[in-house]
Ligand binder design. Structure first.
Ligand code: NAD
Length: 377
């Protein structure tokens, strides 16, 4: 089987779907691996490193896409490039399944079996293949480190002969994978941390990291079978905002991570709440790519409000640590491939009745097969 990794083309994208260590593993399994020339440069891996790991470096992107049995990408493919893949081949990577429907249709039309990383089931077995989790974890870390360098003060308490500096206050809204890592990172830097999530089950996790759980009673909330938060009603959002306004006003850094899978991110920090924050304070909106949790967020930009609050809206913060982000994505990819690898045939077996495949397979044999996306509306 020929596995091909094209260079990512989205602006500001720095990651690559396989790093040389992952190539070595796949070659060890008996796969042929090809990588587009320059694909790993932004993540610190030159062509020679890939060749050293056993890959063939290709300059003819279109040719390699047409020959490949499996194409691995970090970001969703362009429709024009999906058309280049041969019938019966596979594709894997993030595919933004709730975004452009044309992409799903293009995979079906090209008879490509599309394994969508965002839809990998959230089970213990599949955790090691879960790109969303591995990247959210890094994004949580980067959010805090970025905020710390932009803040006009320091995070830890310092008792010096010149006086005592009190610790910074950090408020994390949304305690999923990214939020938990943000709490842990801010705590390591010595900040006083508070956190809130609509899923009450996270209270214990927040406390175990040494942070305070902000209690806001918004009535009945819940999570889906997959562990995702359910959408709140308008009334509940109002109650939540009122409860959070006070905490925001006394915080130096606010980090929002609240996403609702498949829907626009909920607006949690309003203009009034920003107006209540001090000049020089920082808001990092990790949901910027999905519409943002903060009023005034501009995706991939930093903006300063009239009262001097800096809103950081860089999408995919994990792209700022491309070496580790690529290492994690690549490990997720290798784990998926290894799980379905037929050692005799040296090939990926698409087990259509397997729980993981059923969870993430969007298209197969010319049709859209995923339950959630079968209906074009
Ligand atoms: P996510 O990125 O979908 O959302 C981030 C957080 O924001 C979540 O905790 C969510 O509850 C919260 N949120 C949503 N709406 C909110 C609102 N209005 N106000 C405040 N908070 C809000 O979440 P995630 O990081 O993917 O994680 C969700 C859960 O799934 C976590 O418990 C995580 O540990 C679990 N998980 C399990 C697996 C697995 O078992 N394989 C993999 C990934 C995540």
């Amino acid at each position: 089987m020929l596995i091909f990794v094209p260079r990512e083309t989205r602006p500001l994208e720095t990651r690559v779907a396989l790093d040389p260590a992952a190539v070595k593993k796949l070659v060890g399994l008996g796969a042929d691996v090809a990588v587009e020339s320059g694909a790993g440069m932004a993540a610190g891996h030159d062509d020679a490193a890939y060749e050293g790991a056993g890959a063939v470096v290709r300059g003819d992107r279109a040719g390699a896409l047409a020959e490949a049995d499996l194409v691995l990408r970090v970001r969703p493919a362009e429709v024009d490039e999906i058309r280049l893949q041969k019938a019966g081949s596979l594709a894997s990577g993030m595919m933004d399944p709730f975004g452009a429907r044309e992409r799903i249709e293009a995979f079906a039309a090209a008879k490509v079996s599309a394994l969508c990383s965002e839809l990998i089931p959230r089970t213990t077995l599949a955790q090691k293949m879960d790109v969303l989790s591995s990247q959210a974890n890094l994004a949580g870390y980067v959010a805090v480190s970025l905020a710390a360098t932009r803040l006009d003060s320091i995070l830890p308490m310092m008792m010096t002969p010149a006086g005592t500096i009190s610790p910074a206050k950090v408020f994390i809204i949304g305690v999923g994978v990214a939020g938990l890592q943000a709490i842990a990172t801010a705590r390591r830097l010595g900040a006083r941390v508070e956190a809130f999530d609509t899923r009450p089950v996270v209270e214990e996790q927040v406390k175990s990291l040494g942070a305070k759980f902000v209690k806001i009673d918004v009535g009945e909330t819940g999570q889906t079978e997959q562990g995702y938060a359910k959408e709140l009603t308008a009334e509940q959002i109002g109650m939540q905002r009122a409860g959070m306004a006070k905490v925001c006003a006394s915080s130096d850094i606010v980090i929002t991570t609240a996403k609702v899978f498949g829907r626009k991110a909920p607006t949690l920090v309003t203009a009034e709440m920003l107006a209540g924050m001090r000049a020089g304070s920082i808001v990092v909106d990790l949901a910027a790519e999905g519409g943002g949790n903060v009023v005034g967020t501009v995706c991939d930009q930093e903006v300063v409000t009239g009262n001097g609050v800096r809103i950081i809206g860089w999408g995919a913060l994990e792209c700022r640590v491309p070496r580790h982000a690529s290492q994690m994505v690549a490990a997720n990819m290798v784990n998926l491939i290894e799980h379905f690898w037929d050692k005799e045939a040296k090939d990926f077996t698409l087990k259509l009745d397997d729980e993981i495949i059923r969870g993430c397979l969007l298209t197969h044999d010319g049709k859209v097969v995923h339950e959630r996306f079968k209906d074009p509306n």
